[in-house]
Design a protein around this ligand. Structure first.
Ligand code: BG6
Length: 482
């Protein structure tokens, strides 16, 4: 038993980190366009007004907007049969609350999808990946306002009708559970914040803030369920999935307190998946809300809506694992949205993310056991500094090692019986890091000549991992050596 025939091999990107062209052809600004660059030690800052003396990495990103033909050709050269990308909501609806879309935006994505189809690449489209229209934050306080449901559904309807014959695989919200972890207030929730707020860190977990987050999340669940139902009506062939930030959390010791805490933390993996896969809030919700001291306002009919829009498949991002302990003295580790306690058995990346391929097998089994739905790993990879040699070559053996180890564990999970259908490693072409805003933190098989301050030619070049991944795909995951 190994990777099934027709397994989807490709890579993943998101418009705000990849596309650029932030104000071209009528595009409006999204919340991401208001986040400055940063580093691991100086966090990104959110500004309500775009300031001339500040650098906003999403504005140009790596300019997929003008280079999509070249980029898709490179993906095809590697043998991709799937490409995960997101739609910039504001390219279609500059403010988010208009009735009619911007034709130029529609034309752009049509050309991108047609280019993919030319090479028999399936687009896997994330409808919302940290790209909420800024206007919806400003005027409505983002997803805390129920009106966003209608705006989102109108946006989805436009996509589903327009690209009915070009796109089959859709994801409604990227890492929908980031709102539960206190790092998604701005990017995932569009919840208003002070000018100069620091990304992620401004998200204090006061009762008031928690209430806003879970209210916003409820609206996203309803919006997602409505979109799934509508999508199936428009094209019954559509496969519409959820996308969750996947974390594998082990108890730090065999102390039952640690085990209980790990179990509780794992619920942050399950909470959103349960709603989107099973169409109902999980059994532990009531106690969780009681402990937070919050309640969520639901309208009549909401529970039926959730039931009527269950997803077709489950997808998640996986970068790392963490531990949970009741002991407050133990050292914390960093991560994208998942943070926890350091595991002494694991090494970490240069950005402090713990590398744990076996955790991927563990999590795949947990998720498949729970949901029994086809699964895709739609993000995974190593953020690392790459250095070009004098002849331009880039020897990124460390990235190959990371990916090889994770693919081996996916293979084990398939042998365990998990119905894994696709793998799209993150940032297949170097792009902007979401947590730090850097270019220096690279994930790609393809190098992009651009630095943290925005200097560079934007030229693309193939890294060693490019040639390695090409062989992996050619052999359907059988050849994993160098
Ligand atoms: C995921 C996001 O959390 O992690 C991506 O969906 C992000 O948008 C990825 O880029 C990697 O994180 P970072 O901070 O290294 O870019």
């Amino acid at each position: 038993m190994s990777f099934p025939k027709g397994f989807l091999w490709g890579g993943a990107t998101a418009a705000n980190q990849f596309e650029g062209g932030w104000n071209i052809d009528g595009k409006g600004d999204s919340v991401s366009d208001h986040l400055t660059g940063g580093t691991v030690t100086s966090p990104r800052v959110f500004t309500n007004i775009i300031q001339e003396n500040m650098y906003y990495p999403s504005h140009e990103a790596v300019d997929f907007f003008h280079r999509y033909k070249e980029d898709i050709a490179l993906m095809a050269e590697m043998g991709f049969n799937v490409f995960r990308l997101s739609i910039n909501w504001t390219r279609l609806f500059p403010n988010g609350d208009e009735d009619k879309p911007n034709q130029k935006g529609l034309d752009f994505y049509r050309s991108v999808f047609e280019e993919c189809r030319k090479y028999k690449i399936e687009p896997l489209v994330t409808i919302s990946h940290y790209e909420l229209p800024y206007h919806l934050m400003e005027k409505y306080n983002g997803w805390t306002n129920r009106k966003c449901i209608d705006f989102f559904v109108n946006y989805c309807k436009t996509l589903f009708v327009e690209y009915r014959d070009l796109v089959k695989y859709w994801l409604t919200f990227n890492e929908i559970n980031s709102l539960t972890m206190g790092v998604g207030d701005i990017l995932a929730g569009g919840i208003k914040c002070e000018d100069g707020a620091v990304q992620g860190l401004n998200a204090s977990s006061t009762q008031e803030q928690l209430a806003k987050r879970y209210q916003a999340l409820h609206h996203q669940f309803i919006a997602s369920a409505k979109a799934v139902k509508l999508g199936h009506e428009i094209n019954p062939q559509f496969q519409i999935g959820c996308m969750v930030a996947g974390g594998c959390i082990y108890p730090y010791t065999c102390n039952p307190d640690d085990a209980l805490l790990a179990q509780k933390d794992m619920r942050m993996n399950y909470f959103c998946g349960d709603v989107q896969v099973r169409g109902e809030y999980p059994y532990f919700t009531q106690r969780m809300f009681e402990e937070y001291g919050i309640s969520v306002t639901m309208e009549e009919g909401d529970l039926e809506i959730l039931k009527s829009g269950k997803v077709d498949f489950y997808s998640f991002s996986y970068y790392m694992s963490t531990c949970a302990t009741a002991d407050k003295e133990i050292l914390k580790t960093s991560g994208n949205v998942i943070m926890g306690v350091k595991n002494p058995h694991l090494e970490s990346s240069d950005w402090g993310w713990q590398i744990d391929p076996k955790g991927l097998r563990y999590l795949l089994n947990e998720l498949y056991g729970r949901y029994q739905l086809p699964i895709m790993v739609v993000e995974n990879g190593l953020g690392a500094v790459d250095t070009a040699e004098a002849d331009g070559s880039i020897h990124d053996g460390y990235r190959i090692d990371y990916l090889r180890a994770h693919i081996e564990q996916m293979k084990e999970a398939i042998k365990d019986g998990v119905d894994l259908i696709g793998f799209t490693p993150w940032g297949c072409i170097d792009l902007v890091s979401v947590s730090t805003g850097e270019m220096k933190k690279r994930y790609g098989f393809i190098y992009v000549d651009k630095d943290n301050d925005g200097n560079g030619t934007l030229d693309r070049s193939r890294k060693d991992s490019f040639y390695w991944y090409k062989k992996v795909i050619e052999s359907n995951g059988e050849v994993l050596g160098n």
